[in-house]
Design a protein around this ligand. Structure first.
Ligand SMILES: Nc1ncnc2c1ncn2[C@@H]1O[C@H](COP(=O)(O)OP(=O)(O)O)[C@@H](O)[C@H]1O
Ligand SMILES: [Mg+2]
Length: 408
């Protein structure tokens, strides 16, 4: 008989290891916090806010520090009767243009039932509606746009908003934009005029080093994990792995949570190093699968071409032979093949993502060339492509070929 039973020998508060958990204390970011506070100071003094640009890789505390400081700021400002501060936070991850961000902002500010639709208005109309809503609130308004890099080069709003007051679009309201980006290149892509205004103040969040990650893990483990349920050296190991790879606190916390789940499933009383090792390879696998799902259509076809070669036991295989296979798949899927050179670039990308591996061959006078093979299990590559490509009969053939050759 199946039965649910409570298991709590490892976790005391597992939610504290989740992405959405807001820590009470921020570790190891004193310098960045100081710089950030200085950039926000005009708000407290009653002046026009600075526009602030925060950047750094994922998992380095940009969102956590921003949430923490903006909350603090609202609390502290509330003791001044002559200040009226509103904070609007928006994660732009799923929005890929200024237009969509502006629509979201309008809708966030409007009461339910008065939302506008996300298509159909000219961009300037949406901006105008946004200004109307901002004017209606008045005072000082900080607009925090997280993961702003996802709007790409459709960045007009970032030109408009920070200058709205100077351009007479807003009369009584003081608006400041806090833009947060996981991608520093985003800043360089921006129109120089946008750079000047949006990036009045820039704060970089560098990757964490191992000892910093260990402190972050320790303070979180105190809340999340039962006393004594972590073996000596485990936090240090998680911190070292994450520091070596990305310097991301998110990665370190993910490792710890998954290691804890593995310990729990194995009915262990402690999280051990071996659990962390298993967790690491599972996360690695997930990351690669994620990478496969996010490929562009031609990246997928290039990958499927390698899988097809692999099913015939013909890998490692050089670029031009993969190209032949790729062209055949393009014809079956009714898409125009890219040039051999572009496909070559796709193969390099797949290698960077850890989906393919390459070995260099020497061919005498004609220079060196690479041979590629799958660096992920054949079946996971094919499953992932079967989900996203409409090539059912080709994929069936590849699977059948693999079965004949015992490729798994
Ligand atoms: N300095 C820190 N102190 C405590 N927790 C942190 C710190 N930096 C990051 N974290 C935690 O790590 C995770 C990732 O941080 P986050 O702020 O979301 O990164 P980013 O926004 O830079 O991608 C979150 O769970 C966050 O609470
Ligand atoms: Mg973030």
């Amino acid at each position: 008989m199946h039965r649910f039973e409570r298991k709590q020998n490892i976790f005391r508060n597992k939610d504290a290891l989740n992405e959405s958990y807001q820590p009470d204390r921020i570790e190891e970011r004193d310098e960045e916090i100081e710089e950030y506070m200085e950039a926000l100071q005009p708000v407290v003094d009653g002046w026009e806010p600075n526009n602030i640009f925060i950047y750094g890789n994922t998992g380095v505390g940009k969102t956590a520090v921003t949430d923490y400081l903006l909350e603090r700021l609202q609390k502290d400002v509330s003791s001044y009767d002559d200040l009226e501060l509103s904070v609007i936070s928006l994660n732009c991850k799923t929005l890929n243009s200024s237009y969509q961000v502006a629509v979201e902002l309008v809708n966030e500010l409007r009461p339910t039932g008065r939302e506008i639709s996300s298509t159909g208005y000219p961009q300037q109309t949406v901006f105008k509606k946004l200004y109307e809503e901002l004017e209606a609130i008045g005072g000082t308004i900080l607009i925090a746009l997280d993961e702003i890099d996802s709007i790409g080069d459709r960045d007009e709003l970032l030109y408009e908003l920070p200058r709205a007051r100077a351009n007479g679009k807003l009369e009584s309201t003081k608006v400041g934009v806090v833009g947060i980006s996981n991608d520093f290149k985003f800043r360089e892509q921006l129109d120089p005029r946008v750079q000047d205004t949006l990036c009045e103040r820039e704060i970089q969040f560098p990757p964490y080093e191992a000892p910093e990650l260990e402190n972050i893990l320790e303070s979180r483990a105190e809340i999340a994990i039962v006393d004594g349920a972590i073996e000596q050296g485990v936090l240090n190991f998680c911190a070292a792995l994450a520091a070596r790879d990305s310097g991301s606190a998110r990665q370190a916390l993910d490792l710890l949570r998954l290691a804890g789940e593995i310990a729990e499933n194995r009915e262990a009383n402690h999280i051990e190093r071996a659990h962390v090792e298993t967790a690491r390879s599972q996360l690695e696998q997930e990351r690669v699968e994620e990478g496969m799902r996010e490929l562009t259509p031609h990246g997928r076809l290039a990958l499927l071409a390698v899988a097809s070669r692999s099913a015939k036991e013909e890998t490692p295989c050089r670029g031009r032979d993969i190209y032949t296979e790729y062209v055949t798949l393009c014809e079956s899927s009714g898409s125009e093949p890219l040039t051999q050179r572009s496909v070559h670039n796709h193969l390099s990308d797949l290698r960077m993502l850890g989906i393919l591996s390459a070995s260099e061959n020497r061919s005498g006078s004609r220079g060196n060339y690479y041979s590629y093979e799958l660096d992920v299990p054949f079946s996971s590559a094919v499953e992932a492509m079967a989900d996203v490509l409409r090539l059912d009969s080709e994929i069936d053939t590849i699977r059948r070929m693999a079965a004949i050759n015992d490729v798994v």
